[in-house]
Design a protein around this ligand. Structure first.
Ligand code: NAD
Length: 424
């Protein structure tokens, strides 16, 4: 019995199966024909590379990397590259498909792709990471490019990683090609507003959801899981917008202050002490205890599979804004829906990052850069319109927001496939 339950849980947590479940439901509700379903269900290309890299101590190690292109029906593939010890092909596949749907939800002219390298950045030096990045780039060189597949940072990769990829690609091309990656440093063709974009997008859609419920943002309490790029930025921008961020959850525990946390001071505290815990004026809580706090908005912004069949019944938020990719499993989706919890699904909620990546790509290709006000204004317009499109779709088709977002995306991608026809 216990074995069967754990096998079920393993299935529930498999990201590719999770993506398929949502795809199948949206396709069925749209009445998508079998042929188009077959095209969109599987990635267009999956590449596995084994990359030899010399470590600092002279040992030779071979790392495995992936680059999956799910679809280029609406434009070049777009998606991050993650470095982690537990990266799997199924995970990269799911993330690549999510990128196709995410770009379509916000209606930007990109398809979906994703990459990953199995390695543990915590035990690798910067020079080792640079060699892994450059050799991985060399192995996938024919498959990336400004018009074919444009990588970006993801877990454990950053602007520096993108600079190494851009340089390696440019050396092979014999000219500088900034538009091959996004999320670059500002001095190498990066965009203003990119670092904050995902958190800003979360804020924009949260404000829209609060408006829908007639909740004044100043009366909204927020719990955020993860104090990294997305979580810390969401926390900063939400508290600046007047929302009360009452708890932040990190790997080693949570901090809680019902009157609201001072986010800038919490960042400094973590810089000084290495942890968010023991923050003056706040109470330390267990991670789960904080996740189940009563609040208007819960922002899971750490990792996938944190709201599952095991704990969805305990969530006491009115709105869940999915800053992370895949934080809620398919079974948890229906539990949250039954409990009338309003979920802003990942492919909408965290699409601010890829939207400003799109702006970066446009600016690189034009060689003309925008100021931050223009970036933020255009981001807001896209996020607000996309939120309203998804919610209108959900209302019209009587489905939850996630299925609505998938239906909207599938409809757009399927239409592009139909218009292009099949090359034989
Ligand atoms: P990050 O590594 O900067 O931050 C993640 C944070 O979560 C870290 O501080 C980590 O310690 C913490 N964390 C990990 N597991 C946790 C747990 N179980 N409980 C509490 N905290 C935990 O990563 P990020 O860039 O902020 O990305 C977070 C999520 O958002 C990922 O799912 C990523 O795919 C997604 N995402 C990121 C972006 C982006 O622009 N960075 C865009 C879209 C989606």
């Amino acid at each position: 019995m216990i074995v069967a339950e754990s096998a079920d849980l393993e299935k529930e947590l498999n990201p590719w199966l999770a993506a398929e479940i949502r795809f199948d439901e949206a396709a069925m509700r749209l009445g998508l024909d079998d042929g188009t379903c077959k095209i969109l269900r599987s990635p267009a290309r999956e590449l596995t590379v084994h990359i030899p890299v010399m470590l600092d101590d002279g040992r030779l190690e071979v790392f495995t990397g992936y680059r999956v292109m799910h679809s280029i029906a609406r434009g070049p593939g777009k998606g991050g590259i993650r470095f982690a010890p537990d990266v799997t092909l199924d995970e990269v596949r799911a993330l690549a498909a999510w990128m196709t749907w995410k770009c379509a939800v916000v209606n930007i002219p990109f398809g979906g792709a994703k990459g990953g390298v199995i390695c543990d950045p915590a035990v690798l030096s910067d020079t080792e990471l640079e060699r892994i990045t450059r050799r991985y780039t060399a192995e996938i060189l024919e498959f990336i490019g400004p018009m074919s597949d444009v990588p970006a940072p993801d877990m454990n990769t950053n602007a520096q990683t993108m600079a190494w990829i851009m340089d390696t690609y440019s050396m092979h091309m014999r000219h500088t090609e900034t538009a091959v990656v996004t999320g670059k440093p500002l001095d190498l063709g990066g965009s203003r507003g990119r670092a904050e974009a995902t958190g800003r997008g979360c804020l924009i859609v949260t404000l829209e959801a609060l408006r829908r419920f007639g909740i004044d943002p100043r009366h909204a309490s927020v719990v955020i899981q993860g104090f990294g790029n997305v979580g810390a930025m969401s926390a900063k921008l939400m508290s600046r917008a007047g929302l009360r961020v009452i708890s932040i959850i990190e790997v080693d525990g949570a901090v809680y202050n019902p009157a609201g946390l001072d986010i800038e001071a919490l960042r400094s505290h973590r810089e000084e002490t290495g942890s968010i815990l023991d923050f003056p004026g706040a109470e330390n809580l267990e991670r789960d205890e904080a996740l189940y706090l009563e609040c208007q908005v819960l922002v899971p912004a750490a990792r996938e599979n944190v709201i599952t069949s095991q704990n969805a019944g305990k969530i006491r938020a009115q709105i869940v804004c999915e800053g992370a990719n895949g934080p809620t499993t398919a079974i948890a989706d229906s539990i949250l829906a039954d409990r009338n919890i309003f979920v802003i699904p990942d492919i909408l909620a965290n699409a601010g990052g890829v939207t400003v990546s799109y702006f970066e790509w446009v600016q690189d290709r034009q060689g003309f850069f925008w100021n931050e006000q223009l970036v933020n204004g255009r981001l807001e317009e896209i996020m607000v319109n996309s939120f309203r499109d998804v919610v209108a779709y959900a209302d019209a088709h009587k489905v939850n927001n996630r299925i609505a977002a998938y239906m909207l995306a599938l409809h757009r991608v399927a239409f592009a496939v139909k218009l292009r026809g099949i090359y034989a």
